[in-house]
Ligand binder design. Structure first.
Ligand code: ADP
Ligand code: MG
Length: 408
């Protein structure tokens, strides 16, 4: 267990709060403020406990983009990567003043934070304007640590990267704890690794088996009872088992690996469930040929884009009685209607199982987007903000940004 912000004294302290404010910004306007809202509880907590709150985050990849622009002889718009619009948006969300500093290091920043009063909030400029951030540079890490008495990391989504503000800083900051959002992520995801209540059912989908091998292996080792496989990833398994999958998305170089996973699953007594029907279109007439057919009826010209109703019913049945559910990867090409149907139905089934007592966790960028579209977020126990970090964590990898924090 990691220490959290509520375990230590923060009143009157300068708290450097590493957040994930990597939000989409268009013409200075934030088009999706989910990540800002997710950080509010920790900021509010720090403010109401009398801390001096120094927020810091990355936004995009300014140095890489600048280099690319230079190589192509194109102009580079640095302002696009400034966190300034975030400060004003945050002021509205917090209903309080947020000072924006147009740098994240140097004597002026140091002077500003030394003169802050209890309950003040400021936001530093994008950490990634400094090369030292991504290179995990020692002197930049030390400088960041000097800005604060307490370092708090609430950026779970960035915890899989060993950068100065997530990892390097640990060597110099005297106190290093998690924020409330990070704490919640570690609690829910940690339980899956340590002591998942059984029956434990995983639902895996998305595009590629290759992306998900570490997590599948970890699930099998951690005693998952069943793995329901949907999405394009199912076709690699189906093809490996001799089915015709037509023009569906398959990773031909992963067929042997897919069989290996099946073998390992059966050795560990894990039931691996594949789709029995799917929604397909004719690759030559995709707009007018949609139909749902059994997997065995697939011919060479068809493309599978979603699981079918029979598979939905099968997956629902396999979720009955589950006490722990992990879902990663959409069941079909959910961005294109009506191929979101399987994903929506599975979301409903997960919500129902949750109402009946299961702890349900959804992780992965696209999966979270899909669940948010269904409006069922409130009926799922935990929706991870972690994206790639959540997948690495669940694969059993140590995350540098988590390792950097003090143990309880
Ligand atoms: P996550 O981000 O949640 O980990 P992935 O990135 O692994 O999920 O997978 C999401 C992608 O998989 C989506 O873009 C979706 O369109 C695609 N996908 C799922 N099923 C299919 C399918 N049958 N054919 C093509 N693409 C699919
Ligand atoms: Mg994805």
């Amino acid at each position: 267990m990691k220490k959290t912000i509520s375990d230590i004294k923060i009143s009157g302290r300068r708290v450097l709060l590493r957040v994930d404010f990597n939000v989409p910004i268009r013409d200075g306007v934030i088009s999706d403020d989910t990540r800002l809202k997710a950080a509010i509880p920790t900021i509010d907590y720090a403010v109401s406990n009398g801390a001096r709150v120094i927020l810091c985050s990355h936004l995009g990849r300014p140095l890489k983009e600048e280099k690319k622009a230079k190589e192509r002889g194109l102009p580079f718009d640095r302002e696009r990567f400034s966190l300034r619009p975030v400060a004003s948006h945050l002021e509205k969300l917090l209903s309080r003043n947020v000072d924006f500093l147009d740098s994240c290091r140097g004597p002026e920043v140091f002077r500003f934070v030394s003169e802050m009063s209890d309950g003040d909030v400021c936001l530093l400029e994008n950490l990634r304007f400094e090369a030292g951030e991504e290179s995990n540079d020692t002197s930049f890490s030390e400088e960041l640590a000097q800005l604060c008495d307490v370092y708090v990391n609430d950026a779970f989504g960035a915890a899989h990267r060993a950068h100065a503000s997530t990892a390097g800083i640990a060597e110099f900051a005297t106190r290093r704890v998690s924020g409330l959002l990070m704490e919640r992520e570690l609690k829910f995801l940690g339980r899956l690794l340590d002591s998942p209540e059984k029956p434990y059912v995983a639902i895996l989908g998305g595009a590629k088996v290759s992306d998900k091998i570490p997590i599948i292996n970890s699930l099998i080792e951690k005693g998952v009872d069943r793995i329901l496989v949907g999405g394009a990833m199912a076709y690699t398994f189906l093809k490996a088992n001799g089915y015709t999958v037509g023009k569906s998305l398959v990773e031909d170089d992963m067929l042997e690996q897919a069989l290996e996973i099946q073998r390992s699953a059966s050795e560990h007594g894990v039931e691996l469930v594949l789709p029995t029907d799917h929604q397909v279109v004719d690759s030559y007439d995709p707009l007018n040929s949609r139909k749902t057919i059994p997997i065995d009826f697939t011919n060479a010209g068809l493309v599978g884009l979603d699981i079918g109703i029979e598979t939905v019913a099968l997956f629902k049945e396999k979720l009955v009685g589950a006490k722990t559910i992990l879902w990663n990867g959409p069941m079909g090409m959910f961005e294109e209607k009506p191929f979101d149907a399987g994903t929506i139905e599975v979301a409903k089934a997960v919500a129902e199982a949750t109402a009946l007592g299961a702890v349900s966790i959804v992780g992965g960028g696209d999966s979270v987007a899909a669940v948010n579209e269904t409006g069922l977020q409130g009926s799922i126990s935990h929706i991870s903000t972690g994206g790639g970090a959540a997948l690495e964590f669940l694969s059993g990898k140590k995350l540098p940004g988590v390792d950097a924090l003090e143990d309880k």
